[in-house]
Design a protein around this ligand. Structure first.
Ligand code: RB5
Length: 146
């Protein structure tokens, strides 16, 4: 199960991507926003990143205008590795090296066709583990109070 959410700046791309997820048979829950009203992206980041952080779902997709606000907000949650990606290569690396559990996209930056390919390489990609796990462990230790 994958959660997806956006603010108004990401709504159009989210609508396109939910159709794509359906076509690919990927199970998801769309947590909004559902209408073209101005909303605050941290509220939607909280819905997805909170659920990932609590272990209720494995992964999610967040979209705002640039992806910047969503990634800043989502990465406040323990255990969340939210990756703001810009092309197929960064989407692929987000999975293979960073094991990103949230993919963050810029709805005002990306063409839908590219965004679909990025979601595909991230979703179906494989985390390489090994030396990358040592680095993720170090990131996890940064979450501990000093
Ligand atoms: C909303 O106008 C815009 O600031 C938001 O979608 C996002 O780009 C923030 O990082």
């Amino acid at each position: 199960m994958l959660l997806i959410a956006s603010d108004h700046g990401g709504l159009q791309l989210k609508q396109d991507l939910t159709r794509f997820l359906q076509q690919k048979g990927i199970e998801f829950d769309d947590l909004g926003v559902h209408e073209d009203q101005s909303v605050d992206y941290p509220d939607y980041a909280a819905l997805v990143a909170g659920a990932v952080s609590r272990g209720e779902v494995e992964q999610g997709i967040l979209i705002c205008g640039t992806g910047i606000g969503m990634s800043i907000a989502a990465n406040k949650y323990p255990g969340v590795r939210a990756a703001l990606v810009h092309d197929e290569f960064t989407a692929q690396m987000a999975r293979e090296h960073n094991n990103a559990n949230i993919l963050v996209l810029g709805g005002r930056v990306l063409k839908p066709e590219l965004a679909r390919r990025m979601v595909e390489v991230w979703y179906f990609g494989r985390y390489e583990g090994g030396r990358h796990q040592l680095r993720l462990d170090k990131i996890q230790r940064l979450e501990q109070p000093v």
